[in-house]
Write a protein that binds this ligand. Structure first.
Ligand SMILES: [Zn+2]
Length: 153
């Protein structure tokens, strides 16, 4: 083996295979990067949607068990910051998790909800009802509030 052959052998048996490996590795990681960056957002949010939301509503139940708690008033905004009165109606509280609901109409009597608002009180409220300050006021023309079952005490 002369000097020229040695260099040629080095190139063909060591350098070229290394270059090939490097090229394949670089290309595949570049492809991975592109694929990751091209993942549609819906797939990413799908990872979070694996948690079944319906079972996370109220201490493992898929609904609040709301009992009547007098009369409620709903204001839009924060308490003490010029909140604007929105509506009043029936007040309800979940016995399991203390979530408070105020419905514009009494769905058990009127078969109609209208506007409603929810508030996680974190404590048992008075039997006379409660006031909710919120920016989130919902509406339904149905006779039930989503994820809530209503009862008279
Ligand atoms: Zn609840």
């Amino acid at each position: 083996m002369n000097k020229h052959n040695l260099i040629r052998n080095l190139v063909s048996h060591i350098f070229l295979p290394l270059l090939l490996i490097f090229t394949i590795t670089f290309n595949s990681s570049a492809t991975n990067l592109i694929e990751k960056n091209n993942l549609p957002d819906i797939s990413l949010s799908g990872d979070f949607l694996i948690v079944p939301l319906a079972e996370e509503i109220c201490n493992g139940y898929d609904y609040h068990l709301m009992f009547s708690r007098g009369w409620g008033r709903v204001y839009k905004g924060a308490s003490g910051q010029n909140p604007v009165f929105q509506f009043d109606g029936s007040c309800w509280q979940c016995k399991r998790c203390t979530e408070v609901l105020i419905t514009e109409y009494d769905p058990l009597e009127a078969n109609y909800v209208g506007r409603y608002a929810l508030w996680h009180a974190g404590r048992v409220i008075s039997n006379n009802g409660a006031v909710i300050y919120t920016n989130r006021i919902e509406f339904t023309s149905g006779s039930t509030v989503p994820y809530c079952r209503l009862r008279y005490e």
